[in-house]
Design a protein around this ligand. Structure first.
Ligand code: BEZ
Ligand code: FE
Length: 292
């Protein structure tokens, strides 16, 4: 091996990582080395800054556990998560766009019936979300499972609460023969990302707003179709144009329309005014590629 100089160091490190046994690992690692070295040279990184970065990464590791993933949060606020979504979901313009999954999805939510209330008595303004799930030709898809989750009125997800035994503000709904679904919940509010860790610490030392606009999460994984991970955002909500994780898309903003007490969209009765949002999810056939 040649001895190290300023000029040959990057080339030597790239050469070494090019020996990775998998060609994809070699591609990823050599590109990572090139970009890290270029970054370090561009900003003339000091030794103190390097040490602070190492400590920041270690703190992110310490605060992460099976319910909290600080590195996903870091990826989210850097725009990396959204970039990965954009590069990997080549949906046609007719299909519902994907957005970030976020760190709070919990597997195994209970399946509930059409119009069941997933807020289960939690405080808030009742909200019905209704519509159809459609194939790319606009035909309704029966028997599609929609996995739905959202934060409570304080902006906390079940995964962030320690004393919850049953599924809270999360459930699975199945479309009927005509492709329709009906979710009953309470209207979500905007909330700040967790600010008590190294990501929050960094964000608080910038002019970045830590808030996300009010939204409900959906995951639809139906055979023969691309898995869709997306949100519905409330039209007119705060922070739509400053979402800290770059997740908001125009096509996903829906009107939460005020309705009087009386008949509900699932033909029930409610004694209070409520909100109603209507949205059709259009899935992409597996393998059909079209960059948005
Ligand atoms: C969320 O919407 O649940 C979320 C997404 C990214 C970071 C934090 C929260
Ligand atoms: Fe969320």
């Amino acid at each position: 091996m040649a001895f190290v100089t300023n000029d040959n160091l990057t080339g030597l490190a790239v050469e070494r990582w090019a020996t990775a046994h998998s060609s994809r690992t070699a591609e990823l690692m050599t590109a990572l080395v090139r970009h890290l070295h270029a970054f370090t040279r561009e900003v003339s990184l000091t030794e103190d800054e390097w040490a602070a970065a190492v400590e920041w990464l270690a703190a992110a590791g310490r605060i992460s556990n099976d319910k909290r993933q600080e590195f996903i949060l870091a990826s989210d606020v850097l725009g990396l998560s959204t970039l990965v979504v954009q590069l990997n979901n080549h949906f046609s313009p007719q299909a519902t766009p994907a957005t970030v999954v976020g760190p709070f999805h919990i597997d195994g939510s209970p399946e509930v019936h059409f119009g069941a209330d997933m807020s289960d008595g939690l405080p808030g303004i009742p909200l019905f979300l209704t519509g159809r799930v459609l194939d790319p030709d606009g035909r309704p898809l029966p028997d599609v499972v929609l996995d739905v989750w959202q934060a409570d009125a304080d902006g906390a997800y079940e995964a962030q609460l320690s004393d919850v035994d049953e599924a809270q503000l999360r459930a699975k709904y199945r479309t009927r023969a005509d492709g329709t679904y009906c979710v009953r919940t309470v209207s979500p509010r905007g909330y700040a990302i967790p600010m008590d860790g190294p990501v929050g610490n960094l964000v608080s030392r910038t002019g970045i707003s830590p808030y996300r606009p009010a939204h409900v999460h959906f995951l639809i994984d139906h055979p023969g179709h691309e898995r869709l991970v997306t949100h519905l955002f409330r039209q007119g909500a705060d922070y739509l144009d400053s979402d800290v994780v770059f997740g908001t898309k125009d096509e996903l903003i829906v009107s939460f329309t005020e309705r009087p007490a009386g008949k509900t969209p699932d033909d029930g009765i409610i004694d209070r005014p409520y909100l109603h949002a209507e949205f059709n999810f259009a899935l992409q056939t597996t393998g059909a590629e079209c960059t948005r």
